[in-house]
Ligand binder design. Sequence first.
Ligand SMILES: [Fe+2]
Ligand SMILES: [Fe+2]
Length: 392
Amino acid sequence: MALRVTLPPKISLVLTPPKPNLGSPRVSMTSAIRASAAKIETSKKPFCPPREVHVQVTHSMPPQKVEIFRALEDWAENNILVHLKPVEKCWQPQDFLPDPSSDGFYEEVQELRERSKEIPDDYYVCLVGDMITEEALPTYQTMLNTLDGVRDETGASLTSWAIWTRAWTAEENRHGDLLNKYLYLTGRVNMKQIEKTIQYLIGSGMDPRTENSPYLGFIYTSFQERATFVSHGNTARHAKEYGDLKLAQICGTIAADEKRHETAYTKIVEKLFEIDPDGTMLAFADMMKKKISMPAHLMYDGHDDNLFEHFSAVAQRLGVYTAKDYADILEFLVVRWNLEKLSVLSGEASQAQDFVCTLAPRIRRLEERAQGKAKQSPRIPFSWINYREVQL
Ligand SMILES: [Fe+2]
Ligand SMILES: [Fe+2]
């Protein structure tokens, strides 16, 4: 039974009984990148998916700063909406899939299934995990619409920010759709278990601890778009190594979308650094102190209480998304926003600047040490691939 305590002025704390720590079977990237306070409760109750139990902070941006985003309306129209692609020029999932209305459909499906036989189970675990992450898109649109000053106030608002959020969502929707249909056709995965995981995950939601602040929110999305660009790029590279050029093209095409989105979000944050260097530096340091939580960190399939840790361990071992990538993304953003040279005014912002500019090497050192101590990892069954075992 959860007990909700409301703390003045705008902080509420959800207290839940602690769950015994089952431990992660190996030190993986998740140990380095998880929000330290974001403990997860998984419950076997049918309507109770895993949920966040950390302190939930809301509306932390000073209200007067909302004006900054109102004033940036025209700027966003001219500088951010240009990174959207007109629907008529966009690829659609069907461009990469056998056409069910054509005579050659069965043959094409047969060819797809033959190619997919060459690909090992651990790769499928990564691809399924990536697909499930994409399929929880309602959660990410919700997250963007929690942000003060940029949320879509009506559901069809005509502000540049709202237009961006809806069109971004519409572009993203093709990612999960394409991977889902592709994986279905391979016959290599347990679709019902995957579908259950998606349902649990959307039911869980997520709290990336962006506190309704567009400063924190756009730093988070800058990081995440880069992270998905990296991971889809890596699944593309691996598919090519296994000789499946069509799958490589699918993952590479999705990665290219993520890159375009990364360009837009990093441009917003670049603008915030220009307008409000101290506030933006403090926000960046705050996000990095809390650690960027992965969008699907609450995933659950009804069986495995540590599903996300297990999926992450496989992604780390295969090099699809690693602790090193986390540090590389942070470093990329520091360079992208020219943070080493940026002038800030307050001592607090200057400390925040030192923190973010020196963090990547520190994360790398910690991770190397953890990897050095890591024991031989076990093999565990994944429901997504019909409970076949995969090494973590
Ligand atoms: Fe995506
Ligand atoms: Fe994305």
